[in-house]
Design a binder for this molecule. Structure first.
Ligand SMILES: NC(=O)c1ccc[n+]([C@@H]2O[C@H](COP(=O)([O-])OP(=O)(O)OC[C@H]3O[C@@H](n4cnc5c(N)ncnc54)[C@H](OP(=O)(O)O)[C@@H]3O)[C@@H](O)[C@H]2O)c1
Length: 223
């Protein structure tokens, strides 16, 4: 599948890109600048010579993609999404963006996010896209190193079919289990949880992620 990653030059974008490329997907590495896309794609190719990384400006990446991932800081959503709204119509669009603020006491979840969450903001700006929230709580560095994460990925979205597509894609990230967590309405909780994870990392060291226990009918998390 052709997967566009807007902000594919960043930490999380490159982490997702390398895992999805390792699973055989073609990655359209998106950026606001062709030069930065070129440089990120070259770095990814060096890290994974078998990977298929195509550097493009974000809108071009949206045009060529079958699925897209919005991996930019939340402040950039308002300017980034409208020019690609038509290109995203009918496509699954994954939002990994978290609206966080960093102050003296560390990371805090924004309470006043436009339209209720980053994912809802994207849905508002690209109304025909099938927006799904996922990967918000995964650690970028471990993804870049293709470590087995031992993590659950909570997947929320209005369309069950879109959630299922993201759940299947997630199987390509080592040591992760994707869980269908229902409608997009709870996106803000998943996004805000990242502030708590950052606080835990600061307090105890390391890079935490989520593990859900007690589910009787969920598949086992791969080792
Ligand atoms: N880092 C993590 O561990 C992690 C984990 C889970 C979720 N997240 C979320 O994932 C998103 C990306 O995180 P990140 O750490 O990869 O961020 P980042 O490195 O700061 O930014 C990612 C890319 O976004 C683009 N960008 C920066 N400012 C922008 C703006 N105002 N408008 C449009 N594009 C902009 C830049 O690409 P160009 O300059 O090339 O366009 C940049 O390389 C964030 O919303 C974050 O909350 C991060």
């Amino acid at each position: 599948m052709k997967i566009a990653i807007f902000g594919g030059t960043g930490d999380l974008g490159r982490g997702l890109a390398i895992n999805f490329a390792a699973a055989g997907h073609e990655i359209l590495v998106g950026s606001r600048s062709q030069e930065r896309a070129d440089s990120a794609a070259a770095g990814l190719k060096e890290a994974l010579p078998s990977g298929n990384f195509i550097p493009l400006e974000n809108v071009e990446a949206a045009n060529g993609a079958e699925m897209a991932i919005v991996s930019i800081p939340h402040e950039g959503i308002e300017a980034t999404i409208p020019p690609m709204a038509d290109a995203l119509a009918g496509k699954v669009v994954v939002s990994v963006a978290n609206a966080l603020r960093f102050g003296k006491s560390g990371a805090i979840a924004e309470q006043d996010v436009p339209h209720g969450s980053c994912a809802h903001h994207i849905q508002e700006l690209a109304p025909e896209a099938k927006v799904v929230v996922a990967y918000n709580n995964l650690p970028a560095a471990a993804l870049q190193n293709q470590e087995s994460l031992g993590a659950d990925v909570l997947v929320c979205g209005k369309s069950k079919e879109a959630r299922q597509a993201v759940i299947e894609l997630t199987n390509s990230i080592p040591g992760t289990r994707a869980l269908d967590a229902g409608p997009l309405a709870n996106a803000l909780i998943i996004e805000g949880m990242t502030a708590v994870i950052i606080q835990l990392n600061k307090r105890y060291g390391g890079e935490a992620s989520l593990e859900i226990s007690g589910l009787e009918e969920a598949p086992a998390r791969p080792a």
